[in-house]
Design a protein around this ligand. Structure first.
Ligand code: SF4
Length: 119
């Protein structure tokens, strides 16, 4: 399997080709080791920051934008959104406030990214 990946670790944006064959991964097109590490991670266990919104009670708005405070395995993305949807948070809420700690024992928290005042 050959996959094309653009490295996002610096503005150079190296275009890499990743070959995975019999469990062996070969990366080409990268200018530095960071690119190789990124390409291997993208093939083995791609991770992303998850952003969504959460319900708020007693606030001047009914939802608050939230995100994970670190990248989390893409395999958890829909589970994170579903878990956030199961909660209703009470205003006031502050930027950076941890709303769900250590979600799914990943060491990743879900945090608020906006201020919601009381009604
Ligand atoms: S491989 Fe290295 S030089 Fe190329 S984009 Fe990634 S970090 Fe930048």
């Amino acid at each position: 399997m050959i996959k094309k990946i653009i490295c996002i670790n610096c503005p150079l944006g190296c275009e890499m080709e990743v070959l995975k064959d019999d469990g062996i991964i070969k990366v080409s097109g990268n200018t530095c080791k960071k690119g190789e590490d990124y390409a291997i991670a993208e093939i083995m266990d791609p991770k992303r920051i998850v952003t969504t919104t959460a319900k708020v009670i007693g606030g001047d708005r009914e939802v608050v934008p939230v995100k994970t405070d670190k990248e989390i395995s893409k395999s958890f993305m829909f589970d994170v959104v579903a878990e956030v949807n199961r909660h209703i948070f009470s205003a006031p809420l502050y930027v950076g406030q941890v709303l769900i700690e250590n979600i799914f024992d990943t060491g990743v928290n879900v945090i608020a990214t906006d201020f919601i005042n009381r009604k």
